[in-house]
Write a protein that binds this ligand. Structure first.
Ligand code: COA
Ligand code: MG
Length: 303
């Protein structure tokens, strides 16, 4: 389970090294927007070498964001980084599930070339950065590659694609309607296909209290984990997306209550009505807590 996904510019060996020591569950080595045109070649080679040098992915996965599929550089990016066996590819500016399937076909071939297990490279879709993407969410339900394990959304490129001068409402400070629509559809689509919905980056990286509040909002809504742009953000994200002791003990109570009352579909607990969705939520939370505990134990053992 990946809680924090830290973007690291792929042309900065220093930042990639720094990312490696960060508690981020995954790094996204970026070949797209954080790399200028004249650093593309260098970034591709640095990123490949970094992947090749860092084969242990047990504590932290290494993903790569390539250029969009309709960009001339995207295939060169993929061909360059696959020898490093990235855990996954982040695909930006997706228009529909067709893009995911096309990327998956490319990966089929490159995995053979590199002698990697078929299907081992996962995909995260940045699912709301183009105008087309807002009209094609249903395509994910028709037929999409099993490599697709996570969806996230983006408000910055979408604003540009829609001709908007800003994505925030100046009165409230919150996102404007169309961006809330994008966020909601990303969440619903991810859940509909059993993929992880990942919260969007919080760009004001000095404001950790604001980040924490947004993480908790994301989590309440159904998102699991969040993208980050600065190392300081990952600890906050990990904490916010880990169940608290109080949540774990409440979930244990709920599970025990149903186990002690077999055949009952509804039970009262502290004046609250509990039924099957509450049991499912409690089971999910305990499962999540267990995954995190195992991961923390592996970290302590220096794995
Ligand atoms: N990954 C790894 N290390 C990072 C980092 C990142 N994303 N962002 C900053 N750092 C490092 C800095 O190099 C610096 O290291 P040092 O103390 O050894 O010199 C340290 O963390 C503190 O950084 P800070 O001075 O607070 O920020 P900055 O001015 O160096 O960088 C940004 C600010 C926004 C340029 C930087 O955070 C960044 O590049 N973020 C990623 C941007 C990105 O990938 N965008 C695309 C996705 S939306
Ligand atoms: Mg972008």
């Amino acid at each position: 389970m990946i809680r924090s996904w830290l973007f690291v510019p792929g042309d900065s060996d220093k930042k990639m090294q720094k990312g490696r020591g960060n508690p981020a569950d995954a790094l996204i080595l970026d070949l797209e927007d954080s790399v200028s045109d004249d650093h593309q070649e260098e970034a591709r080679l640095l990123t490949r070498d970094f992947l090749i040098r860092n084969t242990d992915r047990s504590r932290q996965q290494l993903w790569v964001r390539i250029n969009p599929l309709d960009h001339a550089l995207s295939l060169a990016d993929l061909a360059a980084v696959m020898p490093g066996a990235p855990d996954g590819i982040v695909l930006p500016k997706v228009k529909s599930a067709d893009d995911i399937n096309k990327l998956s076909d490319y990966l089929d071939i490159l995995e053979v070339r590199e002698g990697l297990p078929a299907g081992s490279t996962k995909i995260l879709s940045v699912a709301t950065e183009t105008a087309q993407s807002l009209l094609t969410f249903h395509s994910y339900l028709e037929s999409v590659s099993k490599r697709l394990v996570a969806l996230t959304w983006g408000g910055e490129d979408l604003a540009a694609a829609l001709g908007a001068s800003d994505n925030k409402n100046p009165q409230t400070g919150g996102y404007d309607d169309v961006f809330i629509y994008a966020r909601s559809m990303c969440l619903a689509t991810a859940r509909a296909i059993d993929a992880q919905p990942v919260g969007v980056v919080y760009v004001n990286y000095r404001d950790l209290a604001g980040l924490e509040a947004e993480c908790l909002h994301d989590r309440r809504t159904g998102f699991v984990g969040k993208a980050a742009i600065h190392p300081d953000q990952c600890e906050v994200i990990n904490r916010a997306f880990s169940p608290s002791e109080a949540e774990i003990s409440h979930a244990r109570k709920v599970v025990k209550l149903f186990a002690d009352n077999p055949g009952k579909g509804t039970i009262g607990l502290d004046g609250q009505m509990l039924d099957m969705p509450h049991l499912k939520q409690a089971q999910n939370l305990l499962q999540l807590a267990q995954i995190i505990e195992e991961k923390d134990r592996a970290d302590d053992n220096g794995d």
